[in-house]
Each structure stands twice: as structure tokens, then as C-alpha cells.
Design a protein around this ligand. Structure first.
Ligand code: ZN
Length: 469
């Protein structure tokens, strides 16, 4: 298995630190709103990496954080006049719902920044003791960037170029820094902001320190893979490396993986220019499996362009697989051809060939575009075979292979049985009764059960309305 490592700018053979085990950290979203489709790309990509690794027999410890303290969260909390945790908890729940619809599995751990403040204070203390950080007059703690000789090794930037060119590094409080390149580890509280007590001042952590700390706590000082969107390479991941490697005295992550940007109609996604979509908005129009299929139809390191046309094409592509699976299931039910035919030995060999080709694509830095092409070849093979006379067992073998390889991509092709209108109505009635008895657990359960089957409920003045998603 080869992985493109941003650190070496090369594809490298993947050799885990501990044979058979993988420790993987993926930077998660800041939870102040519904996730947008740009957030969904790393979620889908790295979930697929995890699934493929598990398929090959590796045991993956997958950690992804929620950044639940941040300027945007605080701003929203002030607008709504609620506690910041009300906002973050709400959008963590909403994010988890979207992940579920995208068939992105929950991480082994989903740590939240606000629950790991102690660890952050400890690491900052350690960095100060070792001379890599200092407290400025107002209580802000900065990392002394030049004290880490390898700074810039991930983004392949040179310290002096950074100093000369990058004005965006200048932020308020600049004049109290020893060097413009230094970045914040801890900042003093402002009015109305959530804060924690710390030796330097009451305040809150900078963003970069949280990932260094959570990665260490849940995965150890040295990990196999650290991943995220390419916009995180600099400064976020560069700063994480500086913090972790100076604090721990060890290399931080062995492989750094980054997915490329997602554009909308060939333009950068931005709220101000109106080309911005949340995952929820896409869900109004498409089953989110289509979005997942669309995202995987390009290699994760290529820029991906989102457009109505490409989404329609993705829907057609996914439907081709779904239809083939339905035909196979129908055929299996209606064929009583139990005798295994002589020519099936070679057909079975052919079938194994598809799986090998699929793996070869995935082993080459997770080339999902090619891997999906192999699934299409397999669908074609299945459709041809359906016309001939083969045994029930062979049909089952094809079906299993298609379902298995699709599952590695996180694509659900084995449709669950359609739920009937009467069943929906009776579940809604049961939910209403549960709510009357204040049994909210049961009422939520029913809502989730229906959601799983693609039924969305809406509580209105006139009563409960439902629609198929
Ligand atoms: Zn991070």
C-alpha cells in the first residue's frame, strides 16, 4: 500500500509503526453551523482510507476532533444569547447526523477541545520550560517559532520567506511578540467569552495546540497518519508539528495526507459569492450516497469541481450499480440452478481478478476513481453473466463481491426493503402517543428509525407531516 506523503512529496510504502495497527488522526470541523460540502470531502476521503485499511486486515484507531471553542462559535452564541456550549453541542449532533447520512463511520474517539484543556495547559507549560514558548505581558503565550529548526518542513516553506512575505501572519498583539512568526498557544479572555483558569491568565487555547494534545492523548506521541484538507498544511499542521515535536522530542506523524479543494462550478466555494452549499441543502435534492459517490469519483489529491451536471452523472453511475444489485437479487431468488457448472471455475477466476484490480487501485494512494471503474467493469460482467445460465452460487458470489467492494468505498448498494405508507403512519401514531406520555426516548427512536429509512418528519401546527428524502 502506497501513500503520498506531503512531508516527502512522494508516494511511500505504508509501514505502520506497530505491525497490523494504524493510528490515524483527522482534523475535524469547527462546530458553529451545519457542515458544508467542503467539510464533507475529508470526512468521506479519510473514512474510505480507514475502510480500505480495515478491509486489508489492519486494525485502525481513528481519532477525529470537534473544535468546540472558537471565535465563530462565540459570535453565534452572543447573537443567540446562549452559552457557547449550546451552539457547539447542537452542531456536533447535526454533524453526526450528516456523517451518518454520508455513511461516514463514527471515529474510535471524537474528542472535544473543551474537554481537553488540562492537557493543553500541561503541554504549553512544558513548551515554556523547554524554552520553546513564552508569556507576553498581557498573559498571551506564544510559541517561539524559530526555536524549532525544522519549521516549514511540511509546507516546504522557508522561514525567511515567511517572515518577508506573509502579511497575513500579522494579527493584533503583534507588537508583543518576540518575532512576527511566533504563534498563539494561549490567549487572555475577553468579555463574554468562555474561559479557563491557567497559570498565565484566565483565557482559552489557540487552535493549533488542541490537535497536538488530543492526538497525543488518544494515539500516543508518535502516530502513523495525520490528515486533513490541504488548507490545513500551513499554518495549522506546520504548527502542530512544531508543538508536538519540541514537546515530545519525537517525530509526530509518519505520513501526512491532504485532500485537495472542492470548487463549485469552477469557482472557489464562498458564502459571499453565493456558491456555498451545506450537506443538508444537498440532502434536499439527493440521497447523500450520491454525494459520497461523486466525491470518490475523483482522486482525493485532485481538485474536484461540484456542479449540477456532475452530480446528475454521479446519480446515474450509482444507479447503475444499484440496478445491477437488484437484478442479481431478483435472479438469485428466481433461479433454482444449484448445480455448479464447469465453466464457472474460470468465471470465478475472472471475478477474483476484479477484486485484485480494485485493490491495486486502492493500494496506489487510494485511487478511488480507478477503484470505482473496476466496480463498473464488474457490473458489466455481472450483467453479461445474468444472460447466460449460471448457478445460484455463482450469482451470489458476484453479488457478494459487488457489495463488498462498494462497502469499502462506503457505498450502500444493498437497498433495504421499501417502507410502506401504512407502516410510516402507524409509527408516527406511536411516536405521537409516546410524546404524549413524555417518553421522549421512544419518540426520538422512532424519528431516527424513520430517518434511517429515508423518511423525514416535520412537526407543524397542523400535525406531523412526512416526506421521503
Ligand atoms: Zn487539527
Amino acid at each position: 500500500m502506497k501513500i503520498y506523503n506531503t512531508l516527502s512529496k512522494q508516494k511511500e510504502e505504508f509501514i505502520p509503526l506497530i505491525p497490523g495497527k494504524v493510528s490515524m488522526y483527522v482534523c475535524g470541523p469547527t462546530v458553529y453551523n451545519y457542515i458544508h460540502i467542503g467539510n464533507a470531502r475529508p470526512m468521506i476521503v479519510f473514512d474510505t482510507v480507514r475502510r480500505y485499511m480495515e478491509y486489508t486486515g489492519l486494525d485502525v484507531n481513528f481519532v477525529s476532533n470537534f473544535t468546540d471553542v472558537d471565535d465563530k462559535i462565540i459570535k453565534k452564541a452572543i447573537e443567540e444569547q446562549v452559552d457557547a456550549t449550546v451552539i457547539s453541542e447542537r452542531f456536533i449532533e447535526e454533524c453526526k447526523k450528516d456523517m451518518k447520512s454520508l455513511n461516514v463511520r463514527e471515529a474510535t474517539y471524537h474528542p472535544k477541545a473543551t474537554e481537553e484543556i488540562c492537557g493543553m495547559i500541561e503541554m504549553i507549560e512544558e513548551l515554556i520550560q523547554k524554552g520553546h514558548a513564552y508569556r507576553a505581558e498581557d498573559g498571551t503565550v506564544y510559541f517561539r517559532t524559530r526555536s524549532f529548526k525544522e519549521y516549514g518542513k511540511l509546507s516546504h516553506k522557508n522561514l525567511d520567506d515567511l517572515q518577508g512575505g506573509n502579511r497575513s501572519l500579522l494579527v493584533s498583539g503583534e507588537n508583543q511578540k518576540e518575532d512576527p512568526l511566533d504563534f498563539v498557544l494561549w490567549k487572555p479572555k475577553k468579555d463574554n467569552e468562555p474561559y479557563w483558569e491557567a497559570p498565565w491568565c484566565n483565557g482559552r487555547p489557540g487552535w493549533h495546540i488542541e490537535c497536538s494534545v488530543m492526538s497525543k492523548k488518544y494515539l500516543g506521541e508518535e502516530i502513523d497518519i495525520h490528515a486533513g484538507g490541504e488548507d490545513l498544511v500551513f499554518p495549522h499542521h506546520e504548527n502542530e508539528i512544531a508543538q508536538s515535536e519540541t514537546a515530545n522530542g519525537k517525530p509526530f506523524a509518519k505520513y501526512w495526507m491532504h485532500n485537495a479543494f472542492l470548487n463549485i462550478e469552477n469557482k472557489k466555494m464562498s458564502k459571499s459569492s453565493g456558491n456555498f452549499f451545506t450537506v443538508r441543502e444537498i440532502a434536499e435534492k439527493y440521497n447523500l450516497q450520491v454525494l459520497r459517490f461523486f466525491m470518490l469519483s475523483a482522486h482525493y489529491r485532485s481538485q474536484l469541481n461540484f456542479s449540477e451536471e456532475l452530480m446528475a452523472a454521479a446519480k446515474n453511475g450509482l444507479d447503475r450499480i444499484l440496478n445491477c444489485v437488484e437484478s442479481l437479487k431478483f435472479q438469485i431468488k428466481h433461479t433454482d440452478n444449484l448445480a455448479v457448472l464447469e465453466q464457472e471455475a474460470s468465471l470465478n477466476e475472472e471475478l477474483k481478478g476484479f477484486e485484485a484490480k480494485f485493490c491495486a487501485a486502492m493500494d496506489d494512494d487510494f485511487n478511488t476513481a480507478d477503484a470505482i471503474s473496476v466496480i463498473f467493469e464488474l457490473v458489466k460482467f455481472a450483467n453479461t453473466t445474468l444472460n447466460g445460465s449460471v448457478s445460484n452460487l455463482f450469482l451470489q458470489n458476484i453479488l457478494e463481491t459487488i457489495v463488498k467492494l462498494s462497502d469499502v468505498c462506503g457505498l450502500i448498494v444493498n437497498r433495504t426493503e421499501e417502507i410502506l405508507d401504512e407502516e410510516i403512519e402507524s409509527l408516527i401514531a406511536e411516536r405521537q402517543a409516546a410524546r404524549k406520555e413524555k417518553n421522549f426516548k421512544r419518540s426520538d427512536e422512532i424519528r431516527d428509525l424513520l430517518l434511517e429509512k429515508g423518511i423525514v418528519l416535520e412537526d407543524t401546527r397542523e400535525g406531523v407531516k412526512w416526506k421521503r428524502a
